[in-house]
Design a protein around this ligand. Structure first.
Ligand SMILES: Nc1nc2c(ncn2[C@@H]2O[C@H](COP(=O)(O)OP(=O)(O)OP(=O)(O)O)[C@@H](O)[C@H]2O)c(=O)[nH]1
Ligand SMILES: [Mg+2]
Length: 539
């Protein structure tokens, strides 16, 4: 592992003020220079004197960040408990009145998008999520206990789409309607055979009692009142904001009636009660649309993971070889003074930002848009970041070319996405047939792809995202000229004197800053949160 030379970075300091805090910011930066200096992640803040050993760790010193951006989960709402068949038993009362309690209702499933989560892996591991079943009613008119509710918490930026559902109440309603449509009113009153499966009998009854008991006519299956606040089918939710309160996804089913409900003059001691309704099953697809506020884009070994470590509490893996990082790592920059007071004044007074997230995305390679290297999956992660931070290694080659090559990949991906919206999911297998043999046409089915997979979520094009450049490894010798050239190039792009590196005329041309840093020494990184905040607040 290459240890950086211990020389300080004399050339860095003049640049820091002129580049990070460019014109509109310069005044503000001067006024807030004190605050600017204090602004740093919770990690660096708590270290005095600074211990930088975590920025150049042993390859084995890392914590695993389990990342999952997509999963399919089955949700089963709780079914209702059965009603109870019971009669009052007391001394001197031989044949007491019915006193069976109603069944408890099933548990509901709620969803809430919360800040602070960044992956769907916990949800993905569950596979099937069941709310509690309502308990059956009991004697002495005691109702059954409710089933427990389930709250699913997902990261902000999760999109939920329905793949399929099975609703026993809807099935029951349909069955009931077709059954009623086929007979007259009187017949319906008498004919109860079709509804026998909705009753429970007195515990000591024989199965044959089902045939001899005269059951009353029941209406269609019942729905709980809170089902009215379920989202409309098919479910499509875009949870892009932190939710203060959970939202109902599927309501638990109602419990059955106890036997006192069926008392009539003809049958004062009914020996039956009704079953609870069945809970709904939902198959939902969860996908993270927003990965993080900022995505670090760069070639392998550029120093993205080191930069993430220097900015946040992340313990992502670092190594002097390519493809050290294989899945995104997300770190959070906390912008408070440790006592809940903000260090950056947010222009949004009502809901000020207290921090933001940065994703270290695995390195891109040339032709990544053709799915080379670790390919399209990672371009999709880049597509999901709000702001792009291009990490360019000043010590290897021409940084302008590096930046142009990175943009070229992103630009090609944007173009490809526009022309073939479902290209990333298309079947890429080669269909080969031996010469002279004409194969019979058959449906090629990719077993790895779920049958009812949904189309990818539509995201805005990459070239419209705000971006800036982090020129890293500035502590290495001979990097100064490279940085000066890069800064001049960006100024020209901003003025429109040269073509935007994405090759797109409508691309983002706001303030284009280049920040020289030495991530390994945590030098120059303190201005980055301020710069990112200015982007987050104005775009
Ligand atoms: N001198 C110097 N070396 C650095 C700096 N930042 C990172 N490095 C070194 O560069 C090498 C690669 O760093 P990583 O952070 O793993 O690079 P990466 O971009 O995450 O690489 P991949 O995960 O493979 O894409 C490591 O040996 C780091 O110690 C820096 O600012 N100065
Ligand atoms: Mg890495």
């Amino acid at each position: 592992m290459s240890r950086a030379p211990s020389a300080m970075l004399p050339f860095l300091y003049p640049f820091l003020n002129s580049t990070v805090c460019t014109r509109p910011l310069a005044l503000r930066a001067a006024q807030k220079s004190l605050r600017c200096r204090r602004l740093q992640s919770s990690v660096t803040r708590s270290q005095s004197p600074p211990d930088l050993s975590h920025l150049d760790p042993e390859p084995s010193d890392y914590s695993r960040f389990i990342f999952q951006d997509k999963c399919t989960v089955t949700l089963v709402a709780g079914s209702g408990g059965h009603g109870c068949v019971s009669f009052l038993r007391e001394k001197y009362i031989e044949e007491g009145p019915p006193n069976g309690g109603d069944g408890g209702s099933g548990g509901s499933i709620y969803i809430q998008a919360v800040d602070g989560l960044s992956s769907l892996h916990k949800l993905a591991r569950q596979g099937v999520i069941r709310a509690g079943r309502g308990k059956s009613g009991q004697g002495k008119s005691r109702g059954g206990k409710r089933g427990h509710d389930v709250l699913i918490q997902v990261p902000v930026g999760t999109v939920i789409r329905e793949i399929g559902r099975f609703d026993p109440v809807e099935e029951g309603e349909l069955k009931f309607r077709t059954w009623r449509a086929s007979m007259s009113e009187e017949e319906a009153m008498e004919m109860t055979a079709n509804q026998r499966d909705r009753f429970v009998l007195y515990p000591g009854s024989q199965p044959s009692d089902f045939l001899t008991t005269a059951f009353p006519s029941l209406g269609p299956p019942r729905r709980p009142h809170i089902a009215a606040s379920e989202p409309a089918a098919p479910i499509h939710l875009d949870l892009s904001k932190n939710m203060a309160e959970p939202m109902l996804l599927t309501a638990g089913a109602v419990g059955g009636f106890g036997n006192p409900h069926f008392v009539s003059r003809a049958n004062p001691r009914p020996r039956f009660a009704t079953k609870g309704e069945g809970g709904m099953t939902l198959h939902l697809d969860f996908e993270l649309k927003l990965l993080a506020d900022v995505g670090l884009v760069g070639f392998p070994n550029a120093g993205k993971s080191t930069l993430l470590r220097s900015l946040t509490n992340s313990r992502t893996r670092i190594g002097n070889w390519e493809f050290t990082t294989l899945s995104p790592n997300i770190g959070t920059v906390v912008l408070d003074n440790g006592k809940g007071r903000p260090l950056v004044e947010s222009s949004n007074k009502e809901n000020p930002r207290t921090g933001f997230t940065i994703a270290d995305i695995p390195g891109l390679v040339e032709d990544a848009h053709l799915d080379r290297g670790l390919g399209l999956g990672f371009l999709r992660h880049i597509e999901r970041a709000g702001i792009l931070g291009f990490v360019v290694d000043l010590s290897s080659g021409n940084p302008i070319e590096t930046l142009q090559k990175l943009w070229h990949e992103l630009g090609e991906y944007d173009k490809m996405r526009d022309t073939q919206p479902d290209a990333p999911d298309s079947d890429r297998r080669v269909k080969w047939s031996p010469s002279g043999f004409e194969p019979t046409p058959m449906l090629v089915h990719d077993a790895s792809k779920p049958q009812n997979s949904l189309p990818p979520i539509a995201l805005p094009p990459i070239y419209r995202k705000p971006w800036f450049v982090i020129a890293t490894k500035a502590d290495l010798p001979g990097t100064q000229e490279n940085f000066v050239a890069l800064r001049e190039y960006l100024a020209q792009v901003q003025q429109g004197a040269v073509e935007h590196p994405s090759g797109n005329k409508d691309a983002f041309r706001g303030r284009l800053a280049a920040v020289p840093v030495s991530a390994i020494k945590a030098e120059g990184v303190k201005g980055i949160p301020n710069l990112i905040m200015s982007f987050l607040e104005h775009h």
